[in-house]
Design a protein around this ligand. Structure first.
Ligand SMILES: [Zn+2]
Length: 311
């Protein structure tokens, strides 16, 4: 979006971008149309657009205030009172915007905590104000550059701030844009361990976790009247939890690591480490072997069927 580094997009614009983003997530996760979009974003490991837009604005503010004045004209134009490490201050005509003799309202200064919406800031002061939110006290760190030797503290401060922005935004995603029934919190800056599996395999699981799938009990508005019972055992309703506990598949699970069939939150199965990947191999072959959450029952695929007839 044009100007996304500085401008806050309107609600309508955000919604439009989010719609496109939902298509991307649906394509990645093969989710049903009925899947809730907050669940969809978590399954696809793409934060909602509002989070990305905010992160981009904060990152830009930090990029400008941590640059050196000689290198970045925007940094050089920061207000005199802004605590920059270096003294280089070129001449500017910002005084004109604060001219007392002119009529009308003067712009709000960067350090103002006044909450009025009538008085607005100059763009550069808005950057300063956003940066101040991230680093409330002390001087701004300096970004390492080829032009200048920076102190280790400055360089570290710079990288810490970037990591902090990312963490805050991830936390915001987890705290605010989540639904109660969807338990899986997305891993920080990586995707789910199983997403690198072959697409069909991995998407069986994406769909089941999102609670909208071909399982009988995971219905949506269009098929909520269908029979919820499990076609294998005919005893309980066929949920994600049931398919890993179904008595008729007991024989297939026997002798395997029982952690493979524990789909509860925060357990080995969802971890990105070697052990998690090993559990995944076993879990995905269980899903494939038993045709769990397959789009067609009886495991007859129309195309293979025709091909067999023709040959
Ligand atoms: Zn069953």
């Amino acid at each position: 979006m044009y100007g996304a580094e500085f401008l806050e997009p309107s609600k309508t614009m955000l919604n439009r971008m989010q719609t496109f983003w939902n298509w991307v997530c649906r394509w990645i996760t093969n989710s049903f149309y009925a899947t809730n979009i907050l669940v969809l974003s978590a399954e696809g490991c793409f934060a909602p657009m509002s989070i990305y837009a905010k992160q981009m604005r904060l990152m830009t503010a930090m990029r400008i205030v941590t640059a050196i004045q000689e290198n970045n004209i925007a940094t050089a134009m920061l207000p005199q009172s802004f605590p920059l490490k270096r003294d280089h201050r070129p001449e500017m005509n910002r005084g004109a915007t604060f001219d007392m003799n002119k009529s009308g309202m003067r712009p709000k200064v960067w350090s103002s905590t006044c909450a009025t919406t009538f008085q607005t800031r100059l763009p550069i002061e808005e950057f300063a104000a956003r940066a101040l939110k991230m680093l409330p006290v002390g001087q701004m760190p300096v970004r390492p550059t080829r032009l200048l030797q920076v102190t280790p503290e400055d360089a570290e401060g710079h990288f810490n701030v970037r990591a902090t922005v990312r963490k805050i935004m991830h936390q915001k995603w987890v705290d605010e844009l989540y639904l109660q029934y969807y338990e899986y919190r997305p891993p920080y800056r990586e995707c789910w361990n199983f997403m690198t599996l072959p697409k069909f395999m991995a998407r069986r699981v994406n769909q089941m976790r999102a609670n909208k799938s071909y399982l009988n009990a995971q219905t949506d508005w269009s098929n909520q009247d269908r029979d919820h019972t499990c076609p294998r055992c005919g005893q309980e309703s066929e949920t994600f939890l049931h398919v890993v506990q179904c008595p008729s598949l007991e024989g297939d699970r026997r002798g395997k690591n029982m952690q493979t069939f524990n789909i509860a939150l925060d357990l080995g199965l969802w971890k990105g480490n070697k052990k998690g990947i090993k559990l995944w191999d076993e879990f995905s072959s269980y899903v494939m072997r038993n045709g769990i959450n397959f789009p067609v029952k009886m495991r007859v695929f129309p195309f293979t069927h025709n091909a067999q007839l023709a040959s």
